[in-house]
Write a protein that binds this ligand. Structure first.
Ligand SMILES: Nc1ncnc2c1ncn2[C@@H]1O[C@H](COP(=O)(O)OP(=O)(O)OP(=O)(O)O)[C@@H](O)[C@H]1O
Ligand SMILES: Nc1ccn([C@@H]2O[C@H](COP(=O)(O)O)[C@@H](O)[C@H]2O)c(=O)n1
Length: 216
């Protein structure tokens, strides 16, 4: 086995970071973790138990009990409601602490891994050899997410989608616990004017440069 390659892909909602991260994982034959799904599962778990998203202790209890069975309903977890719930519970330090070790262990497995989220390059895997911060304008991200959700039957106005995106950016970047921020050594990838293929090509070039730098 060659030396480990950890690829950290962070960025705001609907920037395309998950699409890029999954493609990079396939390209390099690495396991992939969408860490947003963990927070989404916690938010959905609180709602399904009839709890309040304001109840930090309840959210932490759900996070501590989380296992693979809570991650299987992809349709529900990727809904608008789940995204909103996730960003509410993600601000709780107890929730983040409960999910920390699993994510760190995933990143540090032999051979390496690809993870996407908000704090991968800063908190989960600061040692990652390749770090990307993927972004796009709020309007473009809202359009992408609107197309994704309406394409599978969710009913939502574009203006509400944009307001969701802007509110989520503010909450994720403004919280005290592991806020969304570009790591100092991350490369910014603005995909506003790129289709998926162009964004992936740009991401792959960033990773290739990192591999050369690290002799991997
Ligand atoms: N460069 C792009 N051009 C057009 N559409 C894109 C692009 N990148 C991703 N998409 C589409 O936008 C939607 C959101 O992409 P994706 O789920 O990868 O974003 P994300 O940043 O991982 O979102 P999340 O906030 O859920 O983690 C998907 O439907 C995806 O196919
Ligand atoms: N590493 C992470 C990943 C996600 N979050 C929070 O979860 C919300 C949903 O994430 P998506 O990537 O699926 O959109 C997100 O808005 C964050 O609040 C996080 O805090 N850290």
């Amino acid at each position: 086995m060659s030396a480990a390659l950890i690829i950290a892909v962070d960025g705001p909602a609907a920037s395309g970071k998950g699409t890029i991260a999954a493609r990079l994982a396939a390209e390099y034959g690495l396991p992939f973790l969408d860490t947003g799904l963990l927070y989404r599962a916690v938010g959905v778990g609180v709602l399904d138990a009839g709890g309040s998203l304001d109840d930090e202790a309840a959210a932490e209890a759900v996070a501590r009990a989380l296992d693979a069975s809570h991650l299987s309903d992809t349709e529900r977890l990727t809904s608008r409601e789940a995204g909103e719930a996730a960003s509410r519970v993600a601000g709780y330090t107890g929730v983040r602490a409960a999910l920390l070790q699993f994510q760190k262990a995933f990143a540090l497995q032999p051979g390496g891994a690809v993870l996407d989220g908000r704090d991968i390059g800063t908190v989960i895997a600061p040692e990652a050899q390749a770090k990307l911060f993927v972004t796009a304008t709020p309007e473009v991200r809202a359009t992408r997410r609107w197309r994704q959700l309406t394409g599978r039957g969710e009913v939502i106005a574009y203006e509400d989608m944009l307001a969701d995106i802007v509110r989520r950016d503010e909450r994720d970047a403004g919280r005290g616990a592991a806020p969304m921020i570009q790591a100092e050594d991350a490369v910014l990838l603005d995909t506003t004017d790129m289709d998926i293929e162009a964004a992936f090509d740009a991401a792959r070039r960033i990773v290739e440069a990192a591999r050369v730098r690290h002799g991997l």
